[in-house]
Design a protein around this ligand. Sequence first.
Ligand code: F0G
Length: 415
Amino acid sequence: MKVAQGWRFRCIDCGSEFDADPPGYACSRCSGLLEGVKDSGTFSRAELFGRPGEGIWRFRALLPFGPDVRPVSLNEGGTPLIKAVNISRELGVKNLHVKNEGQNPTGSFKDRGMTVSVTRAVQSGVRVLICASTGNTSASMSAYAARAGVTAAIIVPAGKVASGKMVQATAYGAAIIRVDGTFDDALSMLLQTIAGLPGFSGMNSVNPYRLEGQKSAAFEIYEQLGFSVPDYVVLPVGNAGNISAIWKGFKELREFGITEKVPRMVGVQAEGASPIARAFWKGSDTITPFESPSTIASAIRIGKPASGKKALAALRESNGMVLTVTDEEITAARRMLSSKEGIFVEPASAAPIAALKEIGNRLERDAVVVCVATGNGLKDQETILTNIEGTPLVSERSGLKDLLERLATRIVVPA
Ligand code: F0G
């Protein structure tokens, strides 16, 4: 099917251009990754930002669709940017903001991209959507498939997805297939299998429509900072679609005449699943896979990132960097964000805060830093130790009064 007027896809490896969606969303010459390209031009700020209330579809001017398309939408996007006032001193970052993507309809940033890729698939007459996932992509895709009235099939690494995400996929009615292996095994099996099967449309982030939707986070951050570009955007990196998408969003703001500056992109990987960090610091273009990636942050337990090449380009072009954090650091940062700011995220989403603990006080003093909190904490409950049985249980008022009186002696009333 033809791409929208004024748009085409370009292979990031061989530069081939396509004016229709290639099968499997891979370059039909060299199998490279594709990127959406819009004809050049300029926009005023009002043209891009003047349609509030339509989720990410308000940015239609920079989405590859004509004006007549009816989105498959759950009103994604429009998530809050929260100034993290309580932890900023401890992290050594005065101007710290958290973009809380956990408030999207299915609780993660994936919804921004899924509304776009599912809209396209439905427009093309596809009846079965399929993805491999560490959990959030599958939850999101299942919801949008339900909304569109098409079938969802998800392929997940057995026993390696947080239970909240499996609950979501089940509730939305997806067909669930488990793979005895890693996420990377699941994705490569999927990509090889659907290449020869008509009627299935792949919804992983190698599908460039996904990234067109996810780039909207950059537009919102710019708007929410009072039409100002941050100095740093810090986010967790797994399969590497999101860092590529957000970087594309900032580049487009510049390219279409809205901004002059771009931020430095800072990716964060878990130490046990950090192939991009390894390639980046070696100065290499070759990403050597981690065969057995391991981290508590199951969302980013990925050893062979499909969009790794795009991520390396984003890091280098933006003069950014990619850092690694340990599971202990992730867990402590997650606790810090929830107990001191009231923002409850899943482990992967705490990785940027963990990284800032290390490097925050080495950034410029007045730097404006945005951390992307990619997924909601409720999705991943098994990684939090609770001791509900060990908390007081009362059956009458006097017991409650007694407890509250004892508690009151511990409360420090601010002067
Ligand atoms: N944070 C969360 C909560 C995620 O679910 C993911 C990816 C990432 C960060 C990393 O984003 O892959 O674009 O670099 N989750 C995918 C999934 C892989 O299947 O849900 P990325």
